[in-house]
Design a protein around this ligand. Sequence first.
Ligand SMILES: [Zn+2]
Length: 407
Amino acid sequence: MTIIRVGTLIDGTGAPPVRDAVVTFENGRIEAVTTGPSGGRSGAGEVIDAPGLTLLPGLIDCHDHLASHGYEMAKRWGLDEPRSTSHLRTAAVARTILESGYTAVRDAGGLDAGFRVAMNDGLIVGPRLVLSLAIISPTGGLGDRVSPSGHVAPESGDPCLPPSVADGIDAIRTTVRTMVRAGADQIKCATTGGASSRAGHGPRDCEYTLEELKVLVEESHALGRRVMCHALGGPGLRVAIEAGVDSIEHGCYLDEDRELIPMMVEKGIFFVPTLLVYEYHRESPAPHVRERAHALRAHHRDSVARALEAGVKIVAGTDAGGHGHPNNAAELPLLVAAGLSPMQALQAATSRAAECLGLQGEIGTIEKGKWADLVLVEGDPLRDISILTDARRIKRVIKGGATVIAR
Ligand SMILES: [Zn+2]
């Protein structure tokens, strides 16, 4: 049994902070949350006294690409280094993310199920993983890897990341089933281009018909998998929401069609804005990417503000990977700048994020029965959310009751 006594507890539910809290856990799970000097049973077990620190649930990123290490074509296609080197690079990223206070990550494409096996076997350390494996899109879509000169990316030959280009409802059903067979926890698809997609295929350009996407959602749900959909704007964004995906990733132009946000509320669709990646794209060396990132900025902020006001469930994601692996918490000050309160931003990276992952019974709050995924922070993140990006202030990270790092 382990007892942590802290100056302040923020439990992730949105409830106000609690002073002088005591959290007890055993066998990896939280047994009790109490207050006061007599809280927690005395007796055997480790006691962590942290009267000056704030305890939070482990943070969660709902949109990351752990196995991506750059937008350049050589990196995207895996041409610049041996695959084993790249895998070890990814393992190092997983460790860094965990040590920064992120105890769970949903990977939005590129990470294969072998990493989860390696983690379960104790070969590498990292956050809990929710995997999507690869992005399902049609010919010419986001996941169709063709160079500007028309060359097609070398076939990966990696059965852990199955081919993800699918045209028409039969191919879509097969591809969803193939992803699930290869270990996907959720299904990732794309119904529009993006800021960084090839020139000529931009944020409002549609991929997939409503009929096709309905089948994708139906098949995913039939197999017990949620659907996370890359959709920035235009008719493809509407197709995604009408088809009933579970989360809209990016959603930059949600403000342009006034019917969409109410539909998201009605259907309980999560919104994962990933504001951080567009900060990077505004400085992109590629003119068409830069231009798109500038054009969408005001819309994106407006979309977040309107979604928040309407009651859409907003969760935190960074889209890290292509733009390197900055601190995942860098998304949180951007959410606050877009209109969330610091408490709402924390919920977006804890309880709300756990809901988006379908793990609300397991993680995301500090409550009896949940995994003891905990972060001890120096300072008050409700006063300044950006302190969470400062590794020196992350004093201890605990995953499943085991201390990962203590500073
Ligand atoms: Zn992404």
